[in-house]
Design a protein around this ligand. Structure first.
Ligand code: CA
Length: 338
């Protein structure tokens, strides 16, 4: 009942914020709400999704891991313990590394868990001290991917506009080792909900290039694919070479690099490293991750400078932010200047 009240309150917030169409023109700068409005509410919960939509985010991100009974669960990690009370509800159900894996729990069991703000596992303290409190007994819940699609489809109907999806298939290789096909399952769910074409508002993302190659060639998807590119050069460095970008462009429509691949701090000033221009030459759009207004990088005066750096100086097509309202503000300003 409390959960329903939370949803109703947030839905009212949507209504109050206005129902204008927010589908941006092709040239406009995009906002991807990172795990929903995760700067304000526990990540990937229904209230965080609704709040991100109310704030005008163009796309909502869903990270997806599979449960033991092969349900697609929207959760950032393949583990449950940093964002739920799993250790209290199911003591002893961890693996030898001490972690509680989504893949070891059924959806029925996962529904018994309460979600909360991300914690630092070593200390048990909130990972982001200024965000939603850890205390209290609010019944935040994890959702299946299908439930989140129902929520987004419902909001599309009531708001009269499309809302983009940005599903990330987490660790396909890990899931394969558990005997699970995460790529196939996510594509099946998207297809069942009517997301099939390149023109559909979906950016399907993954860190593992092989999984995106599989999605395109083995499953034949026509959806837009986004290759995530981590900061670790031993694993991802090849992707940002000219030959690497050429290979990505054969399969993908966009890249999602760690934002530090776009900019570098030189002589006290953040400068464009030229990656966006090289990606654009190959027809790849660029969506760096992740702007967190409450965790400023070294040498960044304020969050506004960070948004301006990525949207304007580096000319990113969009970005992932934990604070979609702030991102929308700077995306609009940057679009107006384009
Ligand atoms: Ca993600």
């Amino acid at each position: 009942m409390v959960k329903m009240h939370m949803c109703i309150c947030l839905c009212l917030a949507v209504a109050i914020s206005g129902c204008k169409k927010l589908d941006p023109p092709a040239s406009a700068k995009i906002v991807i709400a990172h795990r929903g409005a995760s700067g304000y509410l526990p990540e990937h919960t229904a209230p965080a999704v609704v709040m991100a939509v109310a704030m005008g985010a163009h796309y909502i991100e869903q990270d997806i891991a599979l449960s033991r009974d092969n349900r697609a669960i929207v959760i950032h990690d393949i583990h449950l313990d940093a964002v739920t009370d799993v250790a209290r509800i199911f003591p002893g159900r961890h693996r030898s590394d001490g972690r509680y894996y989504v893949a070891d729990f059924t959806w029925q069991e996962i529904q018994k868990l309460t979600a909360h703000e991300r914690i630092d596992l070593a200390s048990g303290a909130a990972a982001f001290s200024g965000r939603f409190p850890l205390t209290g007994d609010l019944p935040f819940k994890l959702m299946t991917f299908e439930q989140e699609l129902q929520l987004i489809r419902g909001l599309e109907k009531s708001l009269g506009r499309r809302i983009g999806l940005c599903p990330e298939i987490k660790s396909p290789e890990f899931h394969r080792r558990q005997g699970m096909d995460a790529v196939g399952l996510v594509l099946d769910i998207l297809d069942a909900h009517g997301y099939r074409e390149k023109s559909d508002p979906v950016l399907l993302q993954c860190f593992e290039f092989d999984a995106l190659v599989d999605a395109r060639r083995r499953f034949g998807t026509r959806l837009q694919l986004l290759q995530l590119i981590g900061a670790d050069s031993s694993r991802y460095g090849w992707m940002v070479t000219d030959a690497g970008l050429d290979s990505l462009a054969q399969v993908c429509d966009a890249i999602g690099p760690d934002w530090r691949r776009l900019a570098e701090l030189k002589d006290g000033e953040w400068r464009d490293r030229g990656l966006v221009a090289r990606a654009h030459e190959r027809g790849l759009r660029v969506f760096p991750y992740t702007v967190r207004d409450d965790v400023l990088p070294k040498g960044m005066a304020d969050a506004a400078s960070w948004y301006r750096l990525l949207y304007r100086r580096c000319n990113a097509d969009g970005l992932f932010s934990d604070f979609p309202d702030r991102a929308v503000h700077f995306a609009k300003r940057a679009s107006a200047r384009r």
